[in-house]
Design a protein around this ligand. Structure first.
Ligand code: SFD
Ligand code: AMP
Length: 624
């Protein structure tokens, strides 16, 4: 690896990721760091303008509390999130974000994001908490603010972070490599903020063949936050709480606008509304089965029951919803205009954030005002900022957190000097884009306060360890180079495994044994144990990952990250002996919810030195 230049970057605060949380962190950190004379650097594996979940844009801001208008209270939001997560949530973290999120939305508007307004100049709501936006350029607008705040000299784009730099049990930076140049990066920091999103591609996708990269979640997020925090010895939480979005089938178009703004029904092929016909099922999941809105996983579950009964396909009744709204105009001219407006809004909803769904409509001659569209449950994803909850276990704010949830600084993980935000921080769902950016701001301000108050020393860095990390990072290139001539078919070789093959193996075992699409999201102790057995073999073979170029080296590391995301997920589902989130996953051996024994968080931890896992129950403390 002698030809790979080593680049060393020294900074006080290191922000990992360039998505919503990282951009919020950059804006806030730059402000406070300037006052304190501190340096802040940010690293993204991609180009910030289009990186992360918001890459394609979004059509709504999903968290706006409207505190100033008196529309809702912080408690209202906490109640909503707690219920949607079947009782398992860190109320202190949710409340902390809820009290600041409106100011973030106002910043978006100041930065130039068009938010829909009605004739009186008020925001147009999609639902109680959601605002409609013209959001195709959402990420570019947010990235511009972050870049202006930090300056491009402090931003490293197209640098893939592989893992942490440790000094004993303290995180003192990160290592990675350029995906464009032959460079090994060493970032030395006194505080680190992890915001590298969630994970896609751990489970086999519904898409196949040339469409296999197509998923609801962006292909760029591949479990880096989970891997990084695990390898830094941090405690994680809610790693069993995956997210299964119900989406327009095959291109994953959003359903929120249809259900909330257009008030559409979803029915089975017989025209029955499963949310009504299956309502008695909700009694089994009380108290959460009886709250409003019905939790996302239970909405999924009622639909899945119809599918399992052979009553599919399931349809979003777009034509019915559009006609109903247009018919509310008594003047025929106005009704015609309204119909045109609704058609445009329906197409924009997809064009703003899931362009391929609009293409699929076009390709299948679908006019939403004339024809229903199929919806389906997608494969599982890890996205703690949406309706999942996976992430690191972090300290809450002093004024809100119960004693057991507070250790000095908001969003500090259990690893000294390491903060987490967005998908990287767990048990505080429903942050979405606006809440994630808000949490990035909270975490960054807290990290700068930590640097000022504690003045932590620079880390000790062992040159031999850095050389070892460099060898480990680039090993897939040499594994391939040394063995490439031992085969006549490049993707089959007993001496190496290419990332694509490796990923297919991971996805197959997760799909079949850990409750993926093929298993109708169902699993059990026996299946999970089988999965762990196969994961152990995969881990052995991960030493033999081969890569032909820098791009494939990135793919190799993405899959190594995914493998650990998979393992912590499987271990956590196995540990929780109940079914709490049917519609996300179902334990056939523990088919019901057990409030007495399992109304708790499950926290998980990995010891990188011994390879041992520790899982424990942590009580849920209610604030409201
Ligand atoms: O409704 C490395 N989300 C929606 N939020 C909304 O507010 N409105 C919507 O309309 C939303 N919809 C939606 C949403 C998500 C997705 C995938 C779709 C649709 C299709 C949720 C938000 O997008 C989400 O909550 C936030 O983006 C989360 O923020 P954050 O910062 O935690 O994650 P990120 O933005 O994805 O950024 C991750 C960054 O990490 C980088 N990265 N960098 C270096 N090294 C590595 N190894 C790295 N791995 C990853 C990424 O490049 C990126 O910069 S709706 O349809 O559901
Ligand atoms: P989605 O497009 O499904 O991500 O939804 C966007 C937002 O609307 C999220 O906050 C969802 O939780 C919410 N949402 C979607 N469908 C429904 C529904 N049927 N009832 C209540 N909330 C919903």
């Amino acid at each position: 690896m002698a030809n790979f230049e080593t680049v060393v970057v020294e900074t006080d605060l290191l922000i990992l990721g360039g998505g919503m949380a990282a951009c919020g962190a950059a804006v806030e950190a730059a402000y406070w760091a300037k006052k304190a004379g501190l340096k802040v650097a940010l690293v993204d594996k991609a180009a910030m303008d289009r990186s992360g979940a918001v890459a394609m844009g979004l059509s709504a801001i999903n968290q706006y509390v409207g505190l100033k208008d008196g529309a809702n209270t912080i408690e209202d939001y906490v109640n909503y999130v707690r219920n949607d997560l079947m009782g398992i949530t860190r109320e202190d973290l949710v409340a902390s974000i809820a009290r600041h999120v409106d100011s973030t939305v106002h910043l978006f508007e100041k930065w130039g994001l068009p938010i829909w307004k009605d004739k009186e100049g008020n925001y147009v709501h999609e639902g109680r908490w959601q605002l409609m936006i013209n959001g195709e350029s959402y990420k570019i607008i947010v990235a511009e603010a972050a870049k202006n705040a930090l300056g491009m000299d402090n931003i490293y784009e197209r640098v893939f972070i592989t893992g942490p730099l440790m000094d004993g049990d303290r995180c003192v930076g990160a290592v990675g490599f350029s995906v464009r140049e032959d460079k090994f990066y060493v970032f030395k920091s006194r505080a680190t903020l992890v915001a590298m999103g969630g994970a896609v591609g751990v489970f086999k996708p519904r898409s196949s063949g040339e469409g296999a990269g197509r998923a609801w979640y962006p292909p760029f997020n591949s479990g880096a936050s989970t891997y990084f925090t695990l390898m830094a010895g941090a405690e994680l939480t809610c790693q069993e709480v995956r997210f299964i979005p119900v989406r327009f089938k095959d291109a994953y178009g959003p359903v929120g606008a249809w259900f909330l703004l257009f008030k559409s029904r979803a029915t089975n092929a017989l025209g029955e509304t499963y949310m009504e016909t299956r309502r008695p099922e909700l009694d089994k999941w009380v108290p959460y089965g009886h709250v409003k809105p019905v939790p996302a996983n239970l909405r999924n579950w009622l639909m899945m029951l119809d599918v399992m009964d052979g009553k599919g396909p399931i349809y979003m009744r777009t034509e019915e919803a559009i006609k109903k709204i247009a018919a509310s105009e008594s003047d025929p001219k106005k009704a015609k205009r309204k119909l045109k407006e609704l058609e445009a809004e329906a197409w924009e909803d997809f064009l703003d954030m899931t362009i391929s769904q609009a293409l699929l409509w076009a390709a299948t001659n679908t006019q939403p005002e004339e024809k229903s569209s199929e919806i389906a449950a997608a494969e599982p994803y890890f996205i703690g900022s949406h309706s999942g909850a996976s992430g690191a276990w972090v300290s809450g704010p002093k004024d809100l957190a119960p004693a057991d949830y507070f250790w000095g600084y908001e969003n500090l993980s259990t690893t000294p000097s390491m903060f987490c935000a967005g998908d990287a921080s767990g048990a505080s769902s429903h942050k979405f884009s606006s809440g994630s950016l808000t949490e990035g701001r909270i975490a960054a301000k807290s990290a700068i306060r930590y640097l000022v108050n504690e003045n932590p020393p620079a880390g000790n860095y062992d040159d031999a360890e850095l050389e070892r990390l460099k060898e480990e990072i680039f090993r897939p290139l040499s594994v391939y180079a040394e063995n490439k001539d031992k085969t006549t078919q490049v993707d089959v070789n007993p001496h190496y495994i290419l990332p694509k093959m490796f990923q297919m193996r991971l996805q197959k075992m997760m799909d079949e044994y850990a409750g993926g699409v093929t298993a109708q999201f169902t699993t059990s102790k026996a299946n999970l144990e089988k999965c762990l057995e196969l994961l152990a073999f995969l881990k052995e073979d991960s030493e033999k990952l081969g890569a032909r170029d820098l791009h494939e080296l990135m793919r190799a590391w993405e899959n190594k990250h995914r493998m650990y995301q998979a393992e912590v997920h499987v271990r956590t589902i196995l540990f929780r002996e109940e079914t709490r989130w049917p519609g996300y996953y179902f334990r056939s051996d523990f088919p019901s919810m057990d409030e007495e024994n399992w109304k708790v968080f499950v926290n998980s931890k990995y010891d990188p030195k011994t390879g041992e896992w520790t899982l424990r129950k942590v009580p849920v403390v209610n604030m409201f």
